[in-house]
Design a protein around this ligand. Structure first.
Ligand code: IPE
Ligand code: IPE
Ligand code: MG
Length: 262
């Protein structure tokens, strides 16, 4: 089944292909409420949320977004009831086993960020396999944030750097923004240009902290299971209407309408 280009499907949404965000990150929230509104078990919302993941990965790839990071499970989500956590783990496992073919066909690399050692062994194994198999794919990188916490990420990076200093491999003066950035779990990914959070909550919930210093934030009431291509396009259109100044008053360094015109 071929997917038609979202752009041509929604001509009403005018999008500038020259100024697409390089890195989009999404806090996929509202699965439970989606199910509760329908008198269904929360797990049904998660199941349906997996279909949104598949649709949004496809849409981002079609649009030519190079990096997509999806917050799938936070370090705090371990506190949920055992049955919900194990359902989510099984869903994730199934996703990893069944999506390989599609990701290969689309030339998409998949990586995990977060404290993946806490994940059940079958999930870790499937993740490792997926990372290995897709390692050479270069059309888009999709990062799944799993057992991820922004503060933990920073703490772990600080520990690693402290050990480097202690071992005499670097001096404290060599620690700069660049090095910190490259010591975080998201090393190698550019800072996100656009952060989307679904379900109406307007908070970060311990997602990327260091990385979102100048990220544009977009909040939508749409619940994650209802978030598909069209909602992604709407978010990108909203992003393109923003003026990113990065603290300066003219000639912003990146994605600037001025720069694009000159
Ligand atoms: C997001 O949906 C999925 C995860 C956090 C794993 P929720 O499960 O948080 O859904 P709500 O917020 O309770 O509706
Ligand atoms: C954030 O959603 C984590 C993910 C989407 C994976 P939560 O539902 O866990 O966040 P809070 O509890 O509303 O802040
Ligand atoms: Mg939630």
């Amino acid at each position: 089944m071929g997917t038609s280009l979202p752009l041509s499907e929604f001509p009403a949404l005018s999008l500038d292909p020259a100024r697409l965000p390089r890195h989009i990150t999404i806090v996929m929230d509202g699965n439970g409420r989606w199910a509760e509104q329908r008198g269904l078990a929360r797990s049904e919302g998660h199941r349906r949320g997996k279909d949104s993941v598949i649709a949004v990965v496809e849409a981002a790839r079609e649009l030519g977004i190079p990096y997509l990071t999806l917050f799938a499970f936070s370090s705090e989500n371990w506190q949920r009831p055992r049955a919900e956590v194990s359902f989510l783990m099984r869903l994730l496992h199934r996703y990893l086993l069944t999506e390989t073919k599609r990701l290969m066909r689309r030339n998409i690399r998949l990586i995990a960020v977060g404290d993946t050692d806490r994940l059940p062994e079958p999930v870790r194994r499937a993740l490792r396999q997926m990372e290995e198999v897709t390692a050479g794919n270069d059309a888009m990188t999709t990062a799944l944030a799993l057992s991820y916490g922004g503060r933990q990420d920073i703490v772990m990076a600080m520990r690693r750097l402290a050990r480097e200093v202690q071992a005499g491999r670097i001096t404290p003066e060599q620690i700069d923004e660049h090095l910190v950035s490259n010591t975080l779990a998201t090393a190698g990914l550019p800072d996100p240009d656009l952060l989307i959070r679904t379900s109406g909550e307007q908070r970060i919930s311990n997602f990327l902290l260091f990385q979102i210093a100048y990220t544009e934030l977009y909040f939508t009431d749409t619940l994650w299971p209802d978030f598909r291509e069209r909602e992604l396009l709407k978010a990108i259109v909203a992003y393109q209407l923003r003026e990113r100044r990065f603290g300066a008053i003219d000639s912003p360094p990146d994605h600037s309408p001025l720069r694009a015109a000159n």
